[in-house]
Design a protein around this ligand. Sequence first.
Ligand code: ZN
Ligand code: ZN
Ligand code: ZN
Ligand code: ZN
Length: 358
Amino acid sequence: MAANGANDNVELGFLEETSPDFLRSHYFPSKVGGKPSWLSLNHLPIDINCKTCGKPVIFLMQVYSPDDNVSSAFHRTIFVFVCRNPGCSERNSNLNFVVFRSQLPRQNEFYSPDPPNEKVATPGPSPDADLCRVCGLLGPKRCAKCHSASYCSKEHQVIDWKNGHKTACSSKDASGKTIVKGVLFPELELITEPEELDDVSTDDECDTKGENEKWQEYKDFLKSDKADSLLPDGASKNELEKMATSESVDDKVFRKFKERIKTNPDQVLRYHKGGQPLWVSVDHIPEETDIPSCSCGAKRQFEFQVMPQMLSHLQVDQLGDSLDWGTLCVYTCSNSCQIGNSYHPEFIWKQDYAAEKQ
Ligand SMILES: [Zn+2]
Ligand SMILES: [Zn+2]
Ligand SMILES: [Zn+2]
Ligand SMILES: [Zn+2]
């Protein structure tokens, strides 16, 4: 991941299968699904619940993106969590998402100051004992029988019990891994490369021209006598004109979105720290005042957006989940402020497609 501040280049993220071993914390991965590979191993966030249903959220993805300008952010990872409850996915609402930033200086208590070496097996830190066996979040609750299995919540303890711990618990082999289908998302590596485009600017100009012409034709039509006889009862030309304008702007935003991604249709992430998101609709674009400042006082800036293409890798459809988004835009502290070892909340903005695109 590009380590610099604002720059003109967008980095695109793509998903690839890889050995899960390379996605553990000491490799500082960017990834989607599975359990979180925590960066700081202290002060993990506790009780991260969905703001709609109150149930525990599930790890969605993490993006490793150091900030070269801040020594305490030599390592820096943004974590995104989501509630899988279909009822909690509301249009243009971020209430079922939670985002955290974790960062560490080069010299820290968890990792070697040198890059991990794939040839020499360096066992990474393994805090598993205190993590929920089902989801990998902090697990302060223990199984009352074996006292060795940890859980984030009653919900996950029940899920684990039904999916094998009932047997494992009494067989004194409570260390066995739990993989419960339909709880976590499939684990994939997120790799990034600079965006390369073919001839988008030319396409854009053509679009605008064609659209203006169409719009002029439509206005001319409205002025003509023919329009009056076709108008529905009670609709004024002005109202129609207004509707047509908003549709046309929205079509333009959506077309721009499709144009921009068509060279790299598999992109699941667009990373452009300090840049502008690529919106899928003209509706529900945040004003500056909609993005809350960091608790340190600094403004939050756009860092990356999750694309709708990611949904197809999450295997949610067959479960009848209605987890959905047009795009998810993550905004983070522009100062990458020093937060010790703790996990600092950041901000996410969810934009859905305009109603007629669904
Ligand atoms: Zn929920
Ligand atoms: Zn859990
Ligand atoms: Zn047990
Ligand atoms: Zn801050």
